[in-house]
Design a protein around this ligand. Structure first.
Ligand SMILES: *Cc1c(COP(=O)(O)O)cnc(C)c1O
Length: 373
């Protein structure tokens, strides 16, 4: 599904220099590399502040703590996402109010967000799933009108940009009050362990996030609020600085691979290629097909036999997860998420994917006899 070994081999001298630089300074937690990376990522995204932290799940938690989200509060989000988005709301003692997604783009349906708003709603958390941004035109309009802040879960779409019909534009993670992202190795900007960040252009909110991520500390051993311990390592920051320099070319490699898949799959019956949201660029964290649910798992097994790995993101939507039983979701309210869980199939997608490999993958799909039925 990914080829990090191949990707890193091409930039080995840069990585070696970055890593040995950290070994020489001994700044393993925080320090100059972390500061420099934060500044460079801020410049890349166009966000005023980048608050580095331990991982993308912590980033969501820090953002929610900055809004004082807790018992009695509600956060509107989607269950068609990685577990963290919903899990953190529950962890804060608040209620994750789940709404369904759009059948083509797989991102949160703004009309249902609107209907789910109550006086207890403290935040809206759209997920820019698979590398494409949620409908920020509609979501920002709701946020501005109601005053409910948006936290963009940007773990899968760093570097994507929105260009709305009404002139609204911005990079993923910088349009809402806060954005959160992850540097997990397989993400589009990945480190060699765990890492994450909160982005914000609001000075006060950014300061709060920084404080929360550092034990609620205002100055050494003076703690003003209850915080957590969530930090980015110096080594990870040094590695991320190297990889950030290549992120634009990594994104175009993914986009080119996606265009080749589109072309190769155009004569294959029974698969729907990813639908593009015309107002967002797509940075292809995943290249996800929709196939007939009755054949999906058999196709997957057939591909696996041929040596082609695939992924199902995500087989169980949030409303059906045992961990969230306590919230008693009405299972009939998520027909799109349920249908997607049964029909999505992600193909290998990474910066090192060759045309030859893609031909092999697509031929393997074509050879699956049941695909036409
Ligand atoms: C990966 C991911 C996260 C969590 O990031 P971690 O660094 O693994 O904690 C959160 N949300 C989404 C949508 C993700 O894909």
């Amino acid at each position: 599904m990914v080829d990090l070994v191949g990707q890193h081999a091409k930039i080995q001298p840069e990585l070696d220099a970055a890593i040995s630089g950290v070994l020489k300074t001994g700044a393993f937690v925080k320090g100059p590399e972390v500061k420099a990376f934060s500044e460079e990522l801020a410049a890349f995204t166009g966000s005023t502040h980048v608050i580095p932290c331990g991982n993308g799940t912590d980033a969501l938690q820090i953002a929610m703590m900055a809004l004082d989200i807790g018992p009695g509060d509600e956060v509107i989000t989607t269950g068609f996402t990685f577990i963290s988005t919903v899990e953190v709301v529950a962890l804060m003692g608040a209620k994750p109010v789940l709404v369904d997604v759009h059948p083509d783009t797989f991102t949160i349906d703004p009309e249902q967000v609107e209907q789910a708003i109550t006086p207890r709603t403290k935040a809206i958390v759209p997920v820019h799933l698979f590398g494409q941004m949620a409908d920020m035109d509609a979501l920002m309009e709701i946020s501005v009108r109601t005053g409910i802040p948006i936290i963009e879960d940007n773990a899968q779409a760093i570097g994507a940009a929105w260009c709305g019909v009404d002139g609204l534009h911005g990079q993923s993670g910088t349009m809402g009050l806060m954005g959160t992202t992850s540097f997990f190795p397989s993400k589009n900007l990945g480190c060699m362990g765990d890492g994450g960040a909160v982005t914000s252009s609001d000075d006060a909110v950014a300061e709060r996030c920084r404080q929360i991520a550092n034990h609620g500390m205002s100055r050494q051993y003076h703690h003003d609020v209850v915080g957590i311990n969530s930090r980015l390592d110096g080594l990870q920051a040094a590695i991320l600085r190297v990889k950030l320099r290549h992120l634009r070319s990594y994104i175009s490699a993914r986009q080119q691979a996606a265009a080749r898949y589109d072309e190769m799959l155009s004569d294959v019956q029974g698969v729907q290629i990813p639908v593009r949201e015309y107002r967002s660029s797509h940075v292809f964290h995943q290249y996800t097909l929709k196939v007939n649910p009755t054949h999906r798992d058999a196709l997957r097994a057939h591909l696996s036999q041929a040596g082609v790995p695939t992924g199902v993101y995500y087989p169980v939507p949030g409303h059906a997860q045992k961990a969230f039983e306590q919230f008693q979701y009405d299972a009939r309210k998520f027909p799109v998420s349920d249908a997607l869980a049964a029909s999505v199939l992600s193909l290998p997608m990474h910066t090192e994917l060759t045309e030859e490999q893609q031909h092999f993958i697509v031929d393997s799909i074509r050879n699956f006899v049941d695909i036409n039925k």
